[in-house]
Design a protein around this ligand. Structure first.
Ligand code: GLU
Length: 267
């Protein structure tokens, strides 16, 4: 059975780009007679708020997008993610990183600075009160799992080049966890078969496939959809201001008209 999900982070009000993502997953499931799930990805307590979580539920209902079963709220299941992180640490696949933002300036891929710290050096820094981030030792992980592939629905088989993402952070210094770790745990735990989401997350997919391999989890099919452009042709990503669905609603726009707009933009 096809199982899809919409997994917004409640850091603001849903906008038209989110509506496209939600609709893509909803249609994919409904057309196949499958299940569509809603997950609130709110592990980042520094940016998420309950007010926005409530607004997500209200805005989806207004659009007429319904979901199956209970809403999964990530902040209610932190121990499960922590256990995943602990497992990787116990397997020697993580190392602590003490680099500051300034240390990393100009590096797109982590240069591996802290990978060569000795256990003693790490313990001394932690004993002195320094809180590390925890990075995946990507070379070691790649040697463990071998070559990896996944299916991008409209494009076919894609291969995973681990050196492109490098030693990503799986345990953030501020919240102790990371999006990558939690999304992989939940997609498997909820039996998601098709991950429908925006192109802005395409670059994260190889990291997710690597984690699935490390944990022995099934690999869903991925279907990344193009991002919606604003009038000047710039992509509406999460960081850019796009009209919030509730502003459109307050301005008198009908949900059906918004869905029709999205349908047009998709083709
Ligand atoms: N929570 C993520 C976001 O809002 C999306 C996660 C996903 O679809 O994989 O950017």
């Amino acid at each position: 059975m096809v199982v899809t999900r919409f997994a917004p982070s409640p850091t603001g009000y849903l906008h038209i780009g989110h509506a496209l993502s939600a609709l893509a997953g909803w249609r994919r499931a409904r057309r196949a007679g499958g299940r569509f799930l809603l997950r609130i990805e709110d592990i980042d307590h520094t940016r998420c708020s309950a007010r926005f979580s409530a607004a997500i539920i209200e805005d989806l209902a207004w659009l007429g997008i319904d979901w199956d079963g209970d809403v999964l709220v990530q902040s209610a299941r932190l121990p499960a993610y922590q256990a995943r992180l602990d497992e990787l640490r116990a397997r020697g696949l993580l190392y602590p990183c003490f680099c500051t933002r300034a240390d990393l300036a100009g590096h797109e891929i982590y240069p591996g600075t802290c990978c060569s710290l000795t256990r003693g050096e790490c313990e001394a820094r932690m004993a002195a009160g320094q809180i590390p981030a925890w990075r995946l030792d990507c070379g070691k992980a790649a040697r463990e799992v071998g070559s990896l592939r996944y299916v991008e629905e409209r494009e076919g088989l894609m291969s995973v080049a681990a050196e492109r993402f490098g030693d990503v952070v799986l345990g953030r210094r501020d919240i102790g966890l990371s999006y990558h770790l939690c999304v992989v745990h939940d997609d498997a735990d909820q039996g998601v078969t098709h991950v429908t989401r925006g192109d802005d997350l395409r670059a994260s997919t190889p990291i997710h496939v690597m984690l699935q391999a490390l944990f022995g989890l099934p690999v869903p099919v991925y279907a990344h959809h193009p991002l919606i452009n604003d009038e000047s042709g710039r992509k509406f990503s999460k960081s850019q201001a796009a009209p919030a669905l509730r502003s459109l609603r307050q301005a008198g726009r009908a949900a059906a008209a918004i869905l029709a707009d999205i349908e047009r933009m998709e083709c």
